[in-house]
Design a binder for this molecule. Sequence first.
Ligand code: SF4
Length: 429
Amino acid sequence: MVDQPVTLTMLPVIQNWDCHVCGSCCKEYEVRLSEKEAKRVSELSKNMGPELGYLQPLRYSGWLTRVAFLNHTSDGACVFLGQGGRCKLHEKHGYDSKPLPCRLFPWVLVPRGDKWTVGIRFACPSAAENKGRPIPAHTPELEEFASELVVREGLNRGADGTWAKAPSLDGKMKSTWDHFEVVRQILLDGIEESPTLEQGIFRAVHWISSMKAGTGMDKLDIKQFGDLAKILWNQTVLEAEKEYAGAPEKADSLSLLLFRQCAAIHTRKDHGPKQGIARRGPLARFLAIIRFSVGKGPVPRLHGWVPEADFAKAEEQGINWSAGCEEILRRYYLVKINSGQFAGSVHYRMSVWDGFASLVLTFPIICWITRLAEAGSQRDTLVRAISIVDDHFGFNRVLGGMTQRVFLAILLNSGRLGKLVRWYGPGRG
Ligand code: SF4
């Protein structure tokens, strides 16, 4: 336990969750263990040979530093996963015997100033479908998790009492958690007040472009910064609406090329039951990269849940967007913004503007996947698309790499990101 209490800030949005024992997380993820956890799991599994099919409970990876992971069976599932999605460690030794990452999923604990905020991964089907108790009902266990996480990761409060450094707004400016709070609140209010989610996101892209272009922000005190940010938002709304009044422009070839590369990364699944064409080997993966570059013919099914369709379908077919679709996706973005899980230490150490742009990019990708489905099944595909994409958001290291950052900068700085939002968004029909 920690010597100072860990305080949580709950999500004010309506988000529910409970584990429905689907077991999908235990089939899909590689669970990395701390040294202490590895020792404990080894001890606890000493007499579990027959239950584990005589497989080793752990496997190790790395040359210089050996990192322990939970071992997997030949079908990719965790070695402890039993009948009906039940965990054998849990069944035999109690809930607390499970490693922290197992208990923590799908929660994301995000340090913000001297508190922690609670986010949730929509990669979990129950989170995407909003099934279970409201998040505040989980407060006691979340507080426990936050305390354990602090110890597990060896975190300490800074001299100012904060758990992590505030992310810089632009990667250069020395920013504070107050700056982050101003940005978070404007994005939340702006998106909530927009007639549709697509319009809200479109406005937000314009706004971050104006804020990014602004100079001398570091000379302002926090009140002046907040006032300027609001003035720019109001101006942005007017400008964005003028552009929004026209028909959406077809994305140009450079946008499509970059977009498809990003879509490929966000839809890749190389292990677990939803594994895509990775099961066919490296040649199939290489051909898929080429196909994504050309953008013609059948979309390579990098993930088992991506609908079977041609690239042309997403460009031509309309989207069947019900109020239910709007609610699900709106909830997804409000949760991400509210929790702050789009910048800083929990998101590839990205600046606030770049991290938010990376969140915006998920919108056209989710809509693109949904457009590939038959009109009658687009709502179900949307839920799956959120789950596919959110599996990567903040957790796939490739997305934090230099190439992705360059792609993102090109799309944002050239105004192409906003155009992609409109082109694949539901507003085009
Ligand atoms: S240890 Fe249990 S909870 Fe963790 S991945 Fe394995 S089966 Fe799932």
